[in-house]
Ligand binder design. Structure first.
Ligand SMILES: CC(C)(COP(=O)(O)OP(=O)(O)OC[C@H]1O[C@@H](n2cnc3c(N)ncnc32)[C@H](O)[C@@H]1OP(=O)(O)O)[C@@H](O)C(=O)NCCC(=O)NCCS
Length: 348
């Protein structure tokens, strides 16, 4: 018999693994001859995890899937779909998912759909959407979906090197989840840009235009926010405002970009509805309303003013999610999902 339609599909459980090795950003500043505070205050990072020669994305994924199944006592036969998001190329054809099948084959479960999704950091979210869509669809057979996001982020010597990191995250997907998705309200943005890419298949280093990647990211964030707000208004019959959300989580390659991203959302929210904002916000952000989009991405004064206005809300609604990304560093596909791994010592 087909299972009843699933409601409130989302993340039932998650686990994270990151390597035990890390570099203190303060020590890296000294080693690189960077000015004191550039990586810790300037980029907002504390430590950077890295894989030693006995670890890689496959071993990290095997570990995190095994620990998730054990901790939550999930029978491996109960997994019906396994999706992996990664941009760390191990093989040009054989998927990371196929390595993970070792865990399930032992229990006689080879009937598992899904493959790897690769598109820089977005691959993890694509994998998650694939699993959520499956559970919400007619193809769902009543079993769990499992999503694995894993990457080892390493950069060549230079300004991007302190923004590396490594980790794997596994998420169990099913109905009636404590973190459920409002699938009708997703806003996406995708464009053809050469800001971050890996054209040399023999090298683990990306080619990155750091400044362009920041601007592209903020532009994408703005468009996603606009798309989300339009859908929210259509669906809910009222305007969305930042005060409607309890918490915000961001892709976190380095904490400064998270601070800038939230400040950008505060400015976009102000532009959508200036009349509803308080006097201080009007005074600080009002002078920037005449800037074109392009000018606004380049304006350092706007960046500073919106960070100032955003600070109290950032402390309340964003900062609680920043602990692990600041300690581990960029995890590419796993970066945003590390935000929702709050250590038990920090949980209220
Ligand atoms: C982010 C990146 C461009 C920064 O490299 P950089 O150009 O050498 O760094 P900057 O000179 O801009 O300095 C970084 C920040 O530290 C600040 N800073 C510099 N020295 C400092 C010091 N001694 N104390 C405190 N802050 C300092 C700078 O003012 C700057 O802050 P701001 O952005 O708020 O102005 C680089 O690390 C990179 O390319 N990383 C990878 C990019 C990436 O992950 N992109 C993906 C986006 S989705």
């Amino acid at each position: 018999m087909a299972p009843a339609a699933a409601n409130n599909v989302g993340i039932l459980a998650l686990d994270i693994y990151f390597p035990p090795n890390c570099v203190q950003q303060e020590a890296l500043e000294a080693h690189d001859g960077a000015s004191k505070g550039k990586y810790t205050i300037g980029l907002g990072q504390d430590c950077m995890s890295f894989c030693s020669d006995v670890e890689d994305v496959i071993s990290m994924s095997l570990t995190v899937v095994s620990t998730l199944l054990q901790k939550y006592e999930i029978d491996p036969k109960q997994i019906g779909r396994l999706e992996v998001g990664s941009e760390t190329v191990i093989d040009k054809s054989k998927s990371i998912k196929s390595f993970l099948m070792q865990i399930f084959e032992k229990y006689g479960n080879t009937d598992i759909e899904g493959v790897d999704s690769t598109n820089a950091c977005y691959g993890g979210t694509a994998a998650l959407f694939n699993c959520v869509n499956w559970v919400e669809s007619n193809s769902w057979d009543g079993r769990y979906g499992l999503v694995v996001c894993t990457d080892s982020a390493v950069y060549a010597e230079g300004p991007a090197r302190p923004t590396g990191g490594a980790a794997a995250i596994a998420m169990l997907i099913g109905p009636d989840a404590p973190i459920s998705f409002e699938s009708k309200l997703r806003g996406s943005h995708m464009a053809h840009v050469y800001d971050f890419y890996k054209p040399d298949l023999a090298s683990e280093y990306p080619v990155v235009d750091g400044k362009l990647s920041q601007t592209c990211y903020l532009m994408a964030l703005d468009t996603c926010f606009k798309n989300f707000c339009q859908k929210y208004e259509k669906h809910e019959g009222k305007q969305f405002s930042l005060s409607d959300a309890d918490y915000f989580v961001f892709h976190s390659p380095y904490n400064k970009l998270v601070q800038k991203s939230f400040a950008r959302l505060v400015f976009s929210d102000f532009l959508r509805n200036p009349s509803s904002k308080d006097e201080v916000t009007n005074e600080k952000l009002g002078p920037f309303t005449t800037l074109s989009d392009d000018e606004s991405y380049q304006s350092r004064d706007l960046e500073k003013a919106s960070q100032q206005v955003a600070k109290p809300l950032y402390d309340e609604k964003v900062q609680p999610s920043t602990l692990i990304p600041k300690q581990v560093g960029n995890m590419y596909t796993a970066s945003i999902y590390a935000d929702i791994c709050i250590p038990s010592s920090q949980q209220k």
